[in-house]
Design a protein around this ligand. Structure first.
Ligand SMILES: Nc1ncnc2c1ncn2[C@@H]1O[C@H](COP(=O)(O)OP(=O)(O)O)[C@@H](O)[C@H]1O
Ligand SMILES: [Mg+2]
Length: 650
């Protein structure tokens, strides 16, 4: 399991939370009005003690029942106004804030889709999931509540303290004594709590990853009877999370203890002092009542500071975690490797616009075909051109046409720099309409090589051209619409069979039927609802071979110019494989194809074969030539029909 990317240095809570501003901006009017209303409502609450004072010193002292009733009516009206205003505030913010949450979530999802494979290789999915769910919920709650109430309570406390000082400055000073220790506690608390909050949220992410793996891998877990050890791993993580949560609770309990106890003591002291002064006549009873009820009205605003600070810390952590993903550089349209650095710092929107322009500027395929050759050398070790099949060889093509690898070097971004690159100065030329089989031992880099063509990874050195155009000069959209891929691991989505296949392009039933026929996926028609049958999550309700055939259909449905197949037939039985091959041969007749193959039968589909060994292309030729001249190739092929040679080694 990949580890959680390490959290950054300590940050300023306020500065972190300020990053939310772009998302909050659209609803700022409502948010500010709501805060204003809450301040007003809260201050109305502070008028109540003043009415009490008036009642005690006036009607009650004068024994005037009518005055008391009037006072009671005032109190009722004030209470009502306060309640209504708070209700109005809540109504005001509910809708815009769920909008903010939805926007942020959509933004995160969009960004995740555009992040390079290298990012997803590095990040455990549970970390991403928890950011998209728990963290965003924390943020919505923060915007709805602590953000407003830190302000409201701050203002309320200030106004309340001023009222108390005006009533009686001596008692007011007594009440203020705990202010300094409370503030110090808050600062210390904030620092500690921030660390604990970060840890807890990261642990939620790890836990999510374990749950996800446990669910997706349920077959393996059951098959190997691993449910106990899996449960133990889960329990351990859950226990860790529980420990962190308890630590958070302890911190919160400490600050609450201080925040509640000290002011309470101060109120007690003020009560005693005030009572003595009322007794000796230097203070009116009404003033004491007003003073104490103001102090009591401030209890909630003060007590809540602990919770509000805790929630703000959690929100800051959530913001930080959110932006860790959002700040990751998406796939740029700029060139590969070091050249990609040029795109850093451009806001995503700008970049996608830029990409649009590059796409528009790229010549359409018809023009590209007549382009003069951009390269002066033919990098492919010269094997002979096979006899014309279909369109092949009909065109008098420049030598840079087709799919060409020019001195392509590749190293995985997280590989130590002292290790040899996975691919080392690969030169390959697949001519238009030609299909080339790529053969090599397990781990020789075949999958890696195929992933470079649709730019799932960026080459570290050298370049790849399609009909003479460097793939880094096309927009990814254009590149990926021209290159279709099918991988070893055929991933399907929770959608119907038809939708899964048409994901590869194509427009309607006709294309769908054709693609299903090529991939020998007629079984789709026999499914309960034909091609409308929903395949379960990841297509697990289908057999491996069925999934592979649907993935193959998806690759050919859009009639791509270039087809990249990473061992697409490995799970098929011999008869089905032969039928798929016959159909593929017709498709491949006018498609330029790179096919990773293990079995001689798949290799025979191709016009030529390239052998990948030690990160280099060590031989190119026809199957029979290589079989005759290259011992390594002969050895790789001798295990036929061992298409599962790879599984044995893993
Ligand atoms: N995402 C990755 N990050 C780092 N190394 C990888 C990654 N994927 C594959 N590799 C390494 O690259 C090498 C080639 O892998 P791969 O292209 O999958 O081989 P093949 O498809 O020929 O079996 C292997 O040594 C593998 O460990
Ligand atoms: Mg592979």
């Amino acid at each position: 399991m990949p580890t959680t990317p390490s959290p950054p240095e300590p940050r300023s809570t306020v500065r972190t939370l300020l990053r939310l501003w772009p998302y909050v901006r659209p609803v700022r009017a409502r948010l500010f009005s709501a805060a204003f209303i809450a301040v007003v409502a809260s201050c109305i609450g502070l008028v109540i003690p003043l009415v009490l004072k008036w009642m005690v010193d006036g009607p009650i002292a004068d024994r005037d029942p009518a005055g008391v009733w009037l006072g009671a009516l005032y109190l009722l009206l004030l209470g009502l106004a306060e309640a209504l205003l708070f209700g109005f505030r809540r109504w005001l913010v509910a809708r815009p804030l769920s909008h903010v949450e939805a926007e942020m979530r959509a933004g995160l999802y969009r960004h995740l889709q555009r992040l390079p494979i290298a990012f997803h290789d590095r990040w455990p999915s549970g970390q991403l999931l928890s950011r998209a769910t728990t963290d965003l919920m924390l943020l919505r709650m923060f915007l709805a509540f602590p953000l407003t109430f830190l302000l409201v309570n701050g203002v309320t406390i200030l106004v309340g303290v001023i009222i108390m000082l005006v009533q009686d400055w001596m008692l007011g000073l007594v009440i203020l004594i705990p202010a300094v220790p409370v503030m110090v506690t808050c600062v210390v608390f904030e620092k500690r709590y921030s660390g604990a909050a970060r840890l807890a949220q990261d642990q939620v992410g790890d836990l999510t990853t374990v749950v996800e793996e446990g669910v997706l891998g349920i077959r393996i877990i059951k098959g190997f009877g691993r449910h106990r050890s899996q449960a133990r791993a889960f329990r351990e993580l859950a226990g860790k999370l529980r420990g962190t949560e308890l630590h958070k609770a302890r911190l919160l309990a400490t600050i609450l203890g201080v925040i509640v106890t000290l002011p309470e003591l101060a109120i007690g002291a003020a009560l005693v002092l005030g009572a003595v002064r009322v007794a000796d006549g230097s203070l009116s009873a009404g003033t004491l009542v007003a003073f104490l009820s103001t102090a009591l009205a401030l209890r909630w605003p003060v007590d809540s500071i602990g919770f509000l600070l805790a929630m703000s810390q959690e929100a800051a952590t959530a913001t930080e975690r959110y932006f860790e993903v959002m700040d990751a550089e998406p796939e740029s349209s700029a060139a590969a490797g070091s050249r990609a650095a040029g795109a850093t710092g451009v806001p995503p929107l700008e970049r996608s616009r830029e990409r649009g322009r590059v796409g528009a500027a790229a010549p359409r395929s018809a023009e590209r075909r007549v382009q003069p050759p951009g390269e002066s050398h033919d990098p492919a070790p010269t094997g002979h051109l096979p006899g014309p099949v279909g369109l092949r060889g009909r065109r008098d093509c420049p030598r840079s046409d087709g799919l060409v690898f020019h001195e392509v070097t590749f190293r995985y971004p997280d590989a130590p720099s002292d290790t040899a690159p996975v691919l080392d100065r690969i030169d390959l030329h697949i001519r238009p309409g030609e299909s080339l089989a790529l053969v090599g031992a397990t781990g020789s880099g075949k999958t890696t090589l195929t992933a470079l063509v649709p730019r799932l990874h960026e080459v570290t050195g050298g370049r790849i051209t399609l009909d003479g155009t460097d793939i880094t000069e096309m927009s990814r959209e254009e590149l990926r619409s021209r290159v279709a891929v099918a991988f070893e691991e055929p991933t399907l989505f929770s959608a119907s069979v038809g939708e899964n296949v048409l994901m590869g392009g194509g427009t309607g039933d006709e294309d769908l039927e054709r693609a299903l026929a090529v991939a020998q996926a007629d079984f789709a028609h026999a499914l309960p609802r034909g091609t409308d049958t929903q395949v379960g999550e990841q297509g697990l309700s289908l057999s491996g071979g069925q999934r592979q055939r649907l993935a193959l259909a998806r690759a050919v449905v859009g009639r791509p110019d270039f087809l990249v197949l990473d061992d697409p037939l490995s799970a098929l039985d011999v008869h089905t494989e032969a039928a798929v091959e016959a159909a593929l041969r017709r498709v491949l007749a006018d498609t330029t194809a790179l096919i990773v193959a293990h079995r001689p039968s798949t290799v025979l589909l191709a016009d030529r074969v390239a052998l990948l060994s030690g990160g280099r292309i060590t031989a190119v030729g026809t199957h029979h030539e290589l079989l005759r001249d290259n011992p390594e190739y002969a050895h790789l092929m001798s295990g036929a029909p061992a298409g599962n040679q790879e599984d044995d080694e893993r």
